[in-house]
Design a protein around this ligand. Structure first.
Ligand SMILES: O=P(O)(O)OC[C@H]1O[C@](O)(CO)[C@@H](O)[C@@H]1O
Length: 187
């Protein structure tokens, strides 16, 4: 029985200086046009889309089965920039299995992990190279890049966790992160 479940172990290489996952075999790309409904300034987003629909973020993975017992891992690379005054961010999601936690290790850049619960609790945990953020069960999470280079994180979460985008699209996050001159404002 266990023989049928066995998968070959494998290794993967991350160029830590460049924060690049080598030989990835899964690649998710989200451009500005994937972000409709997420930013406060919808007109500024539309303008950005019309001006060439720039890359927003990518996720690079060594694919493993999306099943109980496995661990999904990879690198998330979020470009710097703003939509209006709001820093570039990921869509954000709860896990379909809400009890599933996630760990992020920041490899490059500066940003925040913005987290919220269905009860409306909201936290922003700072990220810079070497800092680990723990996203506990039941917290929706979104990365926000407040620096001027890509924000790159290594992440690990349970293989069967899944992504629930619907709830967060309806609820939104209670806080947003803005660039005001040289300042970062979390409001
Ligand atoms: O799913 P979002 O919010 O677009 O963020 C992108 C990626 O972030 C991750 O949680 C890892 O950082 C992936 O599971 C997901 O595909």
């Amino acid at each position: 029985m266990i023989d049928q479940l066995l998968m070959e172990p494998f290794g993967a290489d991350i160029d830590l200086a460049e924060a690049v996952l080598k030989d990835y075999n899964a690649h998710l790309v989200r451009k500005a046009s994937s972000m409709k409904g997420h930013y406060a300034d919808a007109d500024a987003l539309e303008k950005l889309i019309q001006q060439g629909d720039p890359l927003h973020y990518e996720v690079f993975e060594k694919a493993v089965p999306q099943e109980t017992g496995h661990l999904q891992f990879g690198l998330s690379k979020l470009q710097p920039g703003t939509v209006g005054e709001e820093f570039f961010m990921t869509k954000g999601h709860y896990h379909e299995i809400p009890e599933a936690a996630e760990v992020y290790l920041c490899l490059r850049g500066k940003g925040y992990m913005l987290m919220k619960t269905t009860e409306g609790e909201c936290r922003a945990e700072y990220m810079e190279r070497g800092r680990v953020v723990y996203v506990p069960p039941y917290w929706a999470h979104r990365s926000v890049n407040v620096g001027d280079e890509p924000l790159i994180t290594f992440y690990v979460y349970p293989g069967d966790a899944g992504h629930n985008y619907g709830d967060i699209e309806e609820e939104g996050f209670p806080k947003r992160i803005y660039k005001r001159g040289d300042k970062v404002e979390i409001l």
